[in-house]
Design a protein around this ligand. Sequence first.
Ligand code: R5P
Length: 274
Amino acid sequence: MSEARSVELEHKVFPDGETYIRLTESVSGERVAVVQSCYPPQNTNLVDLLFILDAAKDMGAKKTAAVVPYFAYARQDDAYRSGEAVSARTIARLVETAGASHFLTVDIPSNKALRFFKIHSENLTCMKLMAEYLRTLPLRRPFVLAPDDGAISLAETVSKVLGTDHAWFEKSRDKVTGTVTTSGKDVDLTDRDVIIVDDVISTGKTIANTARIAKKQGAQTVMAACAHLILAGDAEQTLRTAGVTQVVGTDSIEAEPRPVSIAPVLAEALRRIW
Ligand code: R5P
């Protein structure tokens, strides 16, 4: 594969709030990776993604990969109540219509959201890199916990690299109020440094519930290691109150520097699919 280059974008927002996008160089005949994470403001970032894909297609790009580290709306992968918009499907249709030939994302809660893509789509994981970072921390007898069954594979990956045990709790969410209820499992966490792993922290309630139960079951310390730290509203306070002493995340969301970069995962996938 020839050396990759980056293309400058002209991006501005008009006084009325509309977005303007322009690629400043030709990408004719080239393979173009549009890297646009769709964290809050999700809708604005999604529009940027669609406009860039469309402009690249117009310019004659040979292939265009939509690389979306945080896939907004991936959780709404079905109509769980009658009449609900299947938002993940709408996004998939828009991304395809805008000209993407490939779709790459990282650690979405379930691969179910990918069934809407007719183009090549993949859910990559950053959990090996996360585990490598966790291995550098001074943890005593670490124990890896998944807060729900959707995170079991993440916990397995992390615990394998750390050479330690893992378990998962059961979680349910009220479809109307969004209230999260967690029930623990009979695991002895006495004197263990517990790492709760998940794909995303939004309100923090999933991790907070799990942390409280882990503490009751003897955990010495509780930390969270998640791919996407959305940390909506007072999530950080919610986590602190529940006894979570450290939160580790990646650079999938533009925020203060995070210790784990997902760039190697994306680069490897692009090399493979192209
Ligand atoms: C869904 O089940 C996801 O895997 C996360 O556990 C969930 O979205 C986290 O949301 P919150 O932080 O609001 O509990």
